[in-house]
Design a binder for this molecule. Structure first.
Ligand code: AMP
Length: 394
């Protein structure tokens, strides 16, 4: 990867337009999770400390090109001020006179938040006029929103082509972690792909079998593979119409020398319900459904983890939200956490429910890197070019 970081930029007395992701959750009118705000503080603090002016560009919700007062970023400003420990000015529009006036009033070290970029239709259309209006406000562009980098929008892509640009601290950390996991990893590399459906993860599987040494398939999607091999799956979640696709993935993996690991023992129950009576079987009865991988399967997964140097994980191994069907996910995650603590494994995880599953397992804090980027993380795992990152590399 070839992109500039903040270290390569002279920000003193400069107006830095920083694209951030502060699309934070609210409960009862207050921000309920500060993770995304805390994650961008290093970039803002570094720019402020160097005597730059920090102007924050961000979206909030999906206003679809219209002004929607409920989606105003003004409501995020108090949380930003609290976490930053300093005042944050606010402009009622991200372009035009309100934005220009607010930027003109700034002194070095000041922080300004501009209103929701998605209030303008030109943002999501990556309209060159919109990008130019944004770019006209500053001297340099800093992208610190990896989670928005899979979208080619005016504030994530267009603007990067108009100003001297670099990655912010969070973007830099994310890209380095991802490069260490798939771009340029220590081998052997094992990937875990779990979750509900094969149909949502076909591109992911296709890319991974070309890049990793072993691929663990778990969760509901493993059922599709088992059924494709002629195994009974009873009433399990299963995409029978994807049997051919599953067989193609298996054949391709074999041809590429990627070891595929499917569950060999299964935890089945008659109901999708917490504490439903369950049993461990090798063949799923007709009236039962597979809700988790069994202990023998977990032992096999752990063995692969022990001989691997890099792990990349997306998706749970079973119906992790309900006990006791969270066991395989929890046990495998705990082992990955231990190996990471021991220094023998680089572990990177992200996407969808993965962060929740690893948090639940108490393993997230020990993973080398957990991406909270969701869609962007998945697209990166699929091997796709992220427009926001490509624009920084240009
Ligand atoms: P995804 O969003 O694709 O990562 O899928 C996560 C969802 O898959 C979670 O809600 C899990 O409960 C669900 N899941 C995992 N394994 C199974 C299974 N064997 N049967 C039904 N749902 C499952």
């Amino acid at each position: 990867m070839d992109f500039k970081t903040l270290d390569a930029m002279d920000v003193t007395d400069k107006t830095a337009l920083i694209r951030v992701d502060i699309n934070v959750p609210f409960e009862n009118g207050a921000v309920s999770d500060f993770t995304r705000i805390d994650a961008i503080l290093p970039t803002i603090n570094d720019i402020v400390a160097a005597g730059g002016k920090a102007v924050l560009l961000a979206h909030f919700g999906r206003p679809k090109g219209k002004v929607v007062p409920e989606m105003s970023l003004a409501q995020v400003r108090p949380a930003l001020e609290a976490r930053l420990g300093k005042p944050v000015a606010f402009a009622e529009d991200c372009i035009g006179k309100p934005a220009k006036d607010a930027v003109s009033a700034m002194k070095p070290g000041d922080v300004l938040l501009l209103e929701n970029t998605r209030f303008h239709p030109g943002e999501e259309k990556n309209d060159p006029m919109m990008a130019a209006s944004l770019a006209a406000l500053g001297d340099i562009y800093v992208n610190d929103a990896f989670s928005a980098a899979h979208r080619a929008h005016a504030s994530t892509e267009g603007i990067a082509r108009l100003l001297p640009s670099c990655a912010g601290r969070l973007m830099e950390a994310e890209l380095k972690a991802l490069d260490a996991a798939l771009g340029n990893p220590a081998r052997p590399v094992v990937a875990v792909v779990g979750g509900a459906k094969v149909s949502t993860k076909l591109d992911l599987l296709g890319n991974l079998i070309e890049k990793v040494d072993a691929l663990v398939i778990g969760g509901g999607m493993a059922n599709t593979f088992l059924a494709a091999q002629g195994q009974a799956v009873g009433k399990s979640l299963c995409e029978h119409d994807l049997a051919d696709t599953a067989r193609t993935v298996m054949d391709k993996a074999r041809a590429l020398g990627c070891r595929l690991i499917l569950p060999t023992d299964l935890v089945v129950a008659r109901e999708f319900k917490a504490n439903a009576p369950s049993e461990i079987v090798t063949d799923c009865p007709d009236d039962a459904m597979i809700l988790d991988a069994g202990p023998e399967s977990v032992a096999q997964i752990v063995d692969v983890f022990k001989t691997s140097r890099t792990l990349i994980w997306n998706g749970p191994l079973g119906a992790f939200e309900i006990e006791p069907f969270d066991k395989a996910t929890n046990s495998a995650a705990a082992e990955a956490a231990q190996l990471t603590r021991d220094g023998t494994l680089v572990s990177v995880a992200g996407g969808g429910d993965t962060v929740a599953a690893l948090n639940r397992a108490g393993a997230a804090k020990d993973f080398t890197y957990i991406s909270t980027a969701g869609g962007a993380f998945l697209e990166w795992m699929e091997g796709k070019t992220l427009p926001g990152v490509a624009a920084l590399e240009a």
